[in-house]
Ligand binder design. Structure first.
Ligand code: GLV
Length: 310
């Protein structure tokens, strides 16, 4: 019995990750092969919809190696009775660290500061050069207080920030643990000095950050996105930055990866990274192993470790 695994995961896994199955390593830029495969472990860049699933009639499990699964047509998988799994939890802390890398970089204008050195234009210490946002005493607004949003909020305590969150559910433990207060989205945008996004990409959230949302933010506030690029109208973000409505943005994700909007990436007020939120050795290995564990469980007739609700 054959299984398909994203070739990019090979260095993170044992040579025979699913003993008893024939593994075919498939590079993620290649189309999904058709055939009698019983499992597939894809990356988030592989679209899996009706067409791909029609070509995999024997598929018994779709074990995504990522926490997000917006590349997968869940309804199409559900219609065929194919369980979908993802890799939550193992990447929470590393992704929260990366969100904070962006928060700190944008607040303290490190891109513009580095440019001064790169251009050899530094004339010496100046009391008014490159003044940034003092995080201590400022307010962090977390949009989506799930696992990663809460981990970002926990770190805010150490930086002396007040924490607001918007979420479809109240999160009493988060409120107690970090002193966070729940707001509706527009109140959060109006009150936060830094807004960090942690919602999945769904039909409801796609394009959520548009011109209206950006103009509802505090003048000069910072916008951080480590979730998904298509949550944001990138043109509207660029305009808000150009007009000085926003003070800066930190972006790890883009709507058409790996194509990136050059104007945004090169903007002096934008710190941009190539989707490396979970990119630590420990996390990426744990993600690969969890994806394999999920596939193995379903193939063995056991419940998957981290199923996606279909
Ligand atoms: C990365 O973006 C993931 O969803 O794991």
């Amino acid at each position: 019995m054959r299984v398909l695994i994203a070739a990019e995961l090979q260095p993170l896994l044992p040579s025979d990750p699913l003993p008893g199955y024939g593994v075919e390593w498939i590079p993620s830029q290649e189309p999904t092969p058709r055939g009698d495969y019983v499992a597939i472990i894809p990356l988030l860049s592989r679209p899996i919809g009706e067409g791909e699933l029609d070509g995999l009639p024997n598929l018994r499990v779709l074990a995504q190696c990522a926490v997000g699964y917006d590349n997968i047509d869940l309804a199409a998988a559900a219609r065929r009775g194919i369980p979908v799994t993802n890799t939550p939890d193992v990447l929470t802390e590393s992704t929260a660290d990366l969100a904070w890398t962006l928060i700190l970089s944008v607040a303290r204008r490190t891109k513009e500061a580095q440019e001064v050195l790169y251009q050899d234009s530094w004339t010496g210490w100046s009391p008014t050069q490159l003044l940034g946002l003092e995080l201590n005493g400022s307010t962090l607004g977390i949009v989506g207080a799930g696992r990663i949003g809460q981990a970002v909020g926990r770190r805010a305590v150490g930086f002396g920030m007040a924490v607001l969150y918007s979420d479809s559910e109240g999160r009493p433990e988060f409120e107690e643990g970090v002193g966070a207060s729940r707001r509706d989205l527009f109140a959060l945008l109006a009150e936060s000095d830094v807004v960090s996004v942690h919602v999945p990409s769904t039909n409801e959230t796609r394009g959520l950050f548009d011109a209206v949302r950006f103009s509802s933010m505090k003048p000069g506030a910072l916008f951080i996105n480590t979730a998904r690029g298509d949550l944001v109208d990138e043109e509207a973000l660029r305009e808000a930055l150009d007009l000085g409505r926003l003070g800066g943005a930190g972006l790890d994700v883009f709507s058409r990866e790996p194509d990136v909007p050059r104007g945004l990436v090169q903007h002096p007020k934008v710190v941009a990274l190539p989707h490396i939120g979970s990119a630590t050795t420990v996390t990426r290995r744990a993600m690969a192993e969890l994806a394999v564990e999920n596939a193995a469980a379903v193939l063995d007739g056991r419940p998957p470790v981290t199923p996606v609700e279909l």
